[in-house]
Design a protein around this ligand. Structure first.
Ligand code: GTP
Ligand code: MG
Length: 196
C-alpha cells in the first residue's frame, strides 16, 4: 500500500457519523500527547495531514483517512488527559468505547505510548480490550529520540516482557517521528492487516 497517497475523509463526533462500516480500518490510539497524529503524518509523509499540538487533547474527534477505497486509517482522540472539562471527557470516552466495540471494519490497533512512560492504566485497559475481542495490537514506543540507545533498548525489552502477560497478538517497536525510526515496522504491520 502506498501510504503517501492517504487523504483526509472526515471528522466525526461519534460512530453514527462515520461512513459505511465496510472494508478494513486500522486505528491509532493512545494517551493524549503520545504522538499519534505525528506518527500518522510521518507514515503518510504529509506534515499537516493530522493536526498535531503541544497542547494535549488536540484531537477531539474520530478523524478518518483513506489510503485507497476500503482501506482506512483512524486517528482517535487521546485518552487520559486530566485538564479537560468532565463533560468533554465523558463524550470522548463514550465515542472511543463505541468505536472500539462496534466498528466491524476495525482490524488492527496501533497503541502509541511515550517510550519514557509506557503501559499506564488506560494503555493496559486498551490492550486488554483489544485482546478480548481478538484484535491484533502494534505498540509503538514513541519519541524514542528522547532516550539514548542503551536506555531505548532496555525500555523496549522491558515492555516486550511486560506485554507477555496479556497473552495476545501484540508486537512492540520503538518509534520516532522526529528521526523516522520504526516507520518500516509500522508499514510492514499495516500491510499485513490491510492485505487480508
Ligand atoms: P492528542 O491528539 O492530543 O491525543 O495528541 P497526539 O497523540 O496526536 O500527539 P501529537 O502527534 O500531537 O504530538 C504531541 C507532541 O509531541 C507534539 O509537540 C509533537 O511535536 C511531539 N512529538 C510527537 N512525536 C514526536 C517524536 O517522535 N519525537 C519528539 N521529540 N517529539 C514528538
Ligand atoms: Mg492527535
Amino acid at each position: 500500500f502506498n501510504y503517501h497517497m492517504t487523504h483526509f475523509v472526515m471528522s466525526a463526533p461519534d460512530i453514527r457519523h462515520l461512513p459505511t462500516d465496510a472494508g478494513i480500518e486500522v486505528a491509532f490510539a493512545g494517551r493524549s500527547n503520545a504522538g499519534k497524529s505525528s506518527a500518522l503524518n510521518t507514515l503518510t509523509n504529509q506534515k499537516g495531514l493530522a493536526r498535531t499540538s503541544k497542547t494535549p487533547g488536540r484531537t477531539q474527534l474520530i478523524n478518518l483517512f483513506e489510503i485507497e477505497p476500503e482501506r482506512r486509517l483512524v486517528d482517535l482522540p487521546g485518552y487520559g488527559y486530566a485538564e479537560v472539562p468532565e463533560e468533554v471527557k465523558l463524550h470522548w470516552q463514550r465515542a472511543l468505547g463505541e468505536y472500539l466495540q462496534k466498528r466491524n471494519s476495525l482490524k488492527g490497533l496501533v497503541v502509541m505510548m511515550d517510550i519514557r512512560h509506557p503501559l499506564k492504566d488506560l494503555d493496559q485497559q486498551m490492550i486488554k480490550w483489544a485482546v478480548s475481542v481478538a484484535i491484533p495490537v502494534l505498540i509503538l514506543l514513541t519519541k524514542a529520540d528522547k532516550l539514548a540507545s542503551g536506555a531505548r533498548k532496555a525500555q523496549l525489552n522491558q515492555v516486550r516482557k511486560d506485554v507477555l502477560a496479556f497473552t495476545g497478538d501484540i508486537q512492540v517497536e520503538a518509534f520516532s517521528s522526529l528521526k523516522k525510526t520504526g516507520v518500516d515496522k509500522l508499514t510492514e504491520k499495516l500491510d499485513s492487516w490491510f492485505g487480508e
